[in-house]
Design a protein around this ligand. Structure first.
Ligand code: CA
Length: 537
């Protein structure tokens, strides 16, 4: 065999192989380029009243507003169960709490079940979750996770990530948690991900969860401002059933000295404590001095200002972090093909009804912010009024990625709504169910239905006892939900229609009749109804 022939024999396959590799890589890149990245920005307990794209009366959030201005703002995004862990489990699975098995905080999420990150991963996406997780079990379906332990503190958080052997390890950190979560998200985007694959990253803040500890640079921000008080701050709960007055979430009685920054330094180090005390010390001294001459009403007003300002200060750091991440997307050109979603696990009472916290099916905690930017697909500055829900997020992410939505998921993709086309059979009503009683803040177990115009609520258990209370609200005449019209003859028709609708939805979603899915961790396989049936929802 001549040398040239030998060379040729070897060269041809090498050339072919190399050519194939180049071609395959090009095809893969083209496919990857076609599939948008997903940046899911998620906060804890952030309400529309503290996001200027919704309500500019208390705070300016320029970076969150940027997502709204360059994308779509949803005015009626409802959560299925207004509490932290359950909302997160709904997002992972696209299924109601009674189906995904995570009913109340304190449950452990069954990570073996089907979740959207697993499906994205199987379709070639790189997946990551950074920050608040709060589902107790180790995250599954993520190429990278670096999450807070439980609720996680505002300062110096321990965080759990996969160690060298793949097993979870807890690592200490020094600094302000909101900034650390932003740094880690940026670091993964810049250094760690595979740039040849599309990504889905869940950038999830602890803020502005109780007890609202601001970053050092914002400890005195808003000091010279008097925030407007909500219209319903002095609600006496007389227009509703007994549950509304039996809760334990009033600013008047249930904010503790830690919440109010009169005591406590939580997990701060000496240096952080010195900065903290320099800011709160003089403010607290002034309050202690004035207190003796303040009326009960004035003290509640002081508590509202202190609590709401600390909450807003925490939001401000989140907004700053979002700005840094959006800047990175701009600088790298990633912005063009990245869908940016901003949302929170549920809404919140920023003093409305005299409250802090969430849980109720009343508007402030039923609603959650939802802002979505998708260049070329969503018309900048759009506003949507359809009833959408955190039950739709998993389906939406899959649809964005071109992955088929499994028929046992219970929500629907929002992609056509993003493009300005609401399907004719889009839902006109929404089912809600809260289970945590006995539990924090003593909110009765309740479920209900809303059409956005009227809302029917059934409260069925309080303090370990069965109750049988109903409330009905005319949301157009009484948007603050101060006067239940349940049993009012003028609303007899609406009431019976809503009761029938409530039963229809409970059947559609296979809600256990005794309302007690308990602590069952295994999801049932075939209780989600057909895709066709769901469309009717
Ligand atoms: Ca929450």
């Amino acid at each position: 065999m001549s040398r040239s022939r030998l060379t040729a024999q070897f060269l041809i396959p090498i050339a072919l192989t190399a050519g194939f590799t180049v071609l395959a890589a090009a095809t893969k890149d083209a496919r990857a380029a076609d599939r948008p990245n997903i940046l899911f920005i998620f906060t804890d307990d952030h309400c529309e009243q503290a996001l200027s794209a919704y309500d500019p009366s208390r705070i300016t959030t320029p970076n969150m507003d940027r997502i709204a201005n360059e994308g779509m703002r949803f005015n009626r995004c409802y959560v299925t169960n207004s509490i932290c862990g359950p909302s997160r489990a709904v997002i992972q699975t696209g299924k109601y709490s009674h189906v995904n098995g995570f009913i109340r905080n304190g449950n452990t999420f069954n990570g073996d079940q089907q979740t959207f990150p697993k499906l994205l991963q199987a379709a070639g996406y790189q997946t990551a979750v950074v920050g608040k997780w709060h589902l107790a079990s180790t995250p599954q379906g993520y190429d990278y996770y670096d999450v807070l332990k439980g609720q996680g503190p505002y300062y110096n958080p321990p965080m759990i990530t996969a160690g060298d052997n793949g097993k979870p390890v807890t690592r200490p950190h020094t600094g302000y948690t909101t900034d650390i979560i932003t740094d880690k998200t940026l670091n993964w985007l810049k250094e760690d991900r595979d740039p040849d694959k599309p990504f889905m990253v869940m950038y999830q803040h602890k803020a502005p969860h109780r007890n609202w500890m601001p970053a050092p640079k914002y400890l005195n921000w808003l000091d010279d401002v008097t925030l407007p008080e909500p219209e319903t701050m002095w609600d006496d709960y007389s227009g509703r059933t007994k549950s509304a007055s039996r809760q334990t979430m009033t600013m008047k009685e249930h904010l503790n000295s830690n919440d109010l920054k009169l005591t406590g330094h939580a997990t701060m180090n000496d240096e952080q404590i010195a900065v903290w005390d320099a800011a709160y010390g003089p403010k607290n001294a002034a309050f202690e001095k004035a207190k003796a001459n303040m009326s009960e009403k004035e003290i509640i007003q002081w508590k509202y200002q202190r609590y709401a300002k600390d909450y807003l200060r925490c939001v401000k750091s989140v907004d700053d972090g979002i700005g840094r991440v959006l800047d990175y997307l701009d600088q790298t050109g990633l912005a063009e093909n990245t869908v940016v979603i901003y949302s929170s696990d549920q809404g919140w009472y920023l003093g409305e009804h005299g409250w802090f916290d969430k849980r109720w099916m009343y508007e402030e905690s039923l609603k959650t912010p939802l802002l979505v930017r998708w260049p070329g697909k969503i018309k900048p500055g759009s506003v949507n009024e359809d009833i959408v829900t955190n039950l739709d997020y998993a389906e939406t992410f899959l649809d964005i990625a071109g992955v088929d939505v499994p028929s046992d998921m219970q929500g629907r993709s929002l992609v056509s709504i993003f493009q300005g086309e609401t399907p004719a059979d889009w839902r006109k009503s929404f089912y809600y169910h809260y289970y945590e009683n006995p539990g924090g803040h003593n909110v009765a177990r309740h479920f209900g239905v809303t059409t956005g115009k009227h809302k029917l609520i059934h409260l069925y258990a309080l303090e370990g006892e069965k109750i049988n209370d109903w409330e009905l609200f005319d949301l157009q005449k009484d948007p603050n939900e101060l006067h239940s019209v349940y049993g009012d003859a003028a609303y007899a028709k609406v009431q019976s229609e809503l009761k029938a609708e409530l039963e229809r939805l409970r059947t559609l979603y296979a809600v256990p009749e005794d309302n007690d899915p308990g602590r069952r961790q295994q999801p049932r396989a075939k209780n989600a109804g057909t895709r066709k049936a769901k469309k009717a929802a």
